[in-house]
Design a protein around this ligand. Structure first.
Ligand code: MG
Length: 307
């Protein structure tokens, strides 16, 4: 029997969750929780508390919570690269950075064609080690989540591909209003990108688009609308090994099938900004919900590992 924490809208969802399972509230105390990334080697989760300018570590072994970085350059989205290093989107730093194995911070990308990036928002690492990220203006729109500043790129909020070996930074998409969360399909033939442009444009997008990755693995092809958000907006999201999309929304986590059908919801009593799969079997979803960190076990596994 499913608890009231789940809402089944399509019977396929009933197979992706468990009976007698509840959402757990693990910790509270953030102003805007974002950017969860799970480190399987250390069994901990790193996530952002953007307005409080800190990153937080949840230790899965004893459920303790501690400060990881403070100040933290108003970091937003995170990912873990193929070498197990933390990749961070920095609002205040207006860059994508990496924590090296020796603990030092290295800026990987801060400018495009001589102009400062806006405020990198969310990031994913492809299996070839390249780093793909979005660069909307949220971190420079005000002093709340970074330092207010005028965009040097004009109104352009691009999606970028960074080769961390050569440092080459290329625009892979420039037709989003405010690109936000992003994630590849399990075979990396598709890239899903959220657009939260409704925040800046009347009746603007609050949807996810799906974009074909060209055969070169470096550029993007045609795109189409994947799903509109029915409550709030889609911010960050992850895919499971079967290609289902588990995405943040205004009323919790929405699970979408590959055809875009809303299969069901994990209900969270706060706006959710982002999530990631964790746990030793990567079947535990960690959920950043505004003031709190939540988690829930599901009958699905994260597609990318670590992430
Ligand atoms: Mg985001």
């Amino acid at each position: 029997m499913l608890t009231a924490d789940f809402e089944v809208l399509d019977q396929r969802f009933a197979k992706l969750v468990f009976g007698n399972v509840y959402v757990e509230k693990l910790w509270t105390g953030s102003r805007w929780a974002e950017g969860p990334a799970y480190f399987p080697a250390g069994k901990y989760l790193i996530f952002s508390d953007i307005p409080n300018n800190r990153t937080i570590r949840f230790d899965e072994t004893d459920s303790s919570v501690s400060i990881f970085q403070s100040p933290a350059n108003n970091q937003n989205g995170h990912s873990v690269d193929r070498e197990g290093r933390l990749i961070a989107c920095e609002h205040q730093g207006r860059c994508v950075s990496r924590i090296e194995h020796d603990g030092t911070r290295k800026v990987l990308a801060s400018h495009y064609e001589g102009k400062r990036l806006n405020s990198p928002n969310d990031v994913v690492v492809k299996s070839d080690g390249t780093i793909w990220f979005t660069d909307p203006t949220y971190g420079i729109d005000s002093d709340y989540e970074g330092d207010a500043a005028k965009s040097e790129l004009g109104d352009q909020s691009n999606v970028y591909r960074l080769d961390p070996m050569s440092g080459e930074l290329t625009v892979v998409a420039s037709d989003f209003v405010r690109p936000n969360g992003l994630a590849f399909s399990p075979d990396e033939s598709l890239l899903y990108i959220a657009d939260t442009g409704f925040s800046h444009v009347t009746n603007g997008p609050k949807h996810i688009r799906v974009v074909k990755v060209n055969a070169d693995g470096k550029t993007l092809g045609e795109s189409r609308l994947f799903a509109d958000c029915s409550f709030g907006c889609f911010d960050g999201f992850r895919l499971d090994t079967n290609g289902n999309i588990w995405t943040s929304a205004g009323d919790g986590v929405h699970c979408l099938a590959q055809d875009g059908t809303l299969l069901g919801k994990i209900k969270i009593p706060e706006v959710v900004a982002n999530l990631t799969f964790g746990g030793p079997k990567r079947n535990r979803i960690y959920i950043c919900g505004t003031t709190s960190l939540y988690s829930v076990y599901v009958n699905a596994r994260g597609a990318v590992w670590p992430a």
